[in-house]
Design a protein around this ligand. Structure first.
Ligand SMILES: C[S@@+](CC[C@H](N)C(=O)[O-])C[C@H]1O[C@@H](n2cnc3c(N)ncnc32)[C@H](O)[C@@H]1O
Length: 208
């Protein structure tokens, strides 16, 4: 199996009012989170670019209407899962930090957004068992995965969103390559790469 780049035709339309209000209260929560005494910047939660993610999700919704079940890996405040819910997706998130799971569920409830967020790791246990837990990564490795709590496996999702650190892009792609269903889409945002989408397809990986 391999991942092939997927072009997404982003249309920069104005944000719908519900997106604007949801993002405003998400930003207020995020500001309070960063202002907490003792907060260490650069580790744990960092927000992605939610406007760009909204436009990318909306484009995927238009162009790939069969992609209905979304999982946000490392969901933080659950904003991307919430944006997915606004687009009518069956939205889920997995987040390692229990306080963030609580905040995410509060934010989603405040805006009447249906998304399921659970605490645990998005890294499947069998992936950790493959001996990759000593990689240098900001992603927490070696913790129990949360797929049972969702009642779903990674290959039940049509669309996964993640914000990897630059050194983690390949790690995330490898987790997806091994565990996602054929045809599923991995959407990532990062400062360096911006928005990128890949689809898992059958066939041998080409040498890079
Ligand atoms: C860069 S932040 C992105 C947050 C959110 N997706 C967004 O776009 O705003 C990465 C998040 O992943 C979480 N995280 C790190 N390792 C994790 C793991 N193994 N499983 C689940 N969440 C994890 C962190 O606590 C953090 O909230």
């Amino acid at each position: 199996m391999q991942l092939v780049p997927l072009q997404i035709a982003i249309e920069p339309a104005p944000l719908p009012p519900r997106v604007v209000t949801t993002l405003a209260s998400a930003r207020a929560r995020i500001d309070r989170w960063f202002a907490q005494p003792g907060h260490q910047t650069g580790i744990g939660f960092i927000p992605s670019d939610y406007e760009q993610v909204w436009h990318a999700l909306a484009a995927i919704r238009r162009e790939h209407p069969d992609a209905r079940r979304l999982l946000e890996w490392g969901s933080g405040f659950g904003v991307v899962a919430g944006l997915g819910a606004l687009l009518g997706l069956d939205a889920h998130g997995i987040e390692i930090d229990g306080d963030l799971v609580t905040s995410a569920n509060e934010l989603l409830a405040e805006h009447d957004l249906r998304a399921t967020i659970v605490q645990g790791s998005f890294v499947p246990m069998d992936f950790v068992d493959a001996g990759l837990d000593d990689l240098e990564t900001r992603t927490v490795l070696g913790q129990p995965d949360a797929y049972d709590k969702l009642g779903r496996d990674l290959d039940d999702f049509d669309l996964v969103f993640a914000y990897p650190w630059p050194t983690e892009e390949e790690l995330y792609r490898e987790i997806f390559r091994r565990g996602a269903d054929y045809g599923a889409i991995l959407l990532t945002w990062s400062c360096q790469e911006g928005m990128r989408a890949h689809r898992k397809v059958a066939g041998a990986e080409r040498p890079r």
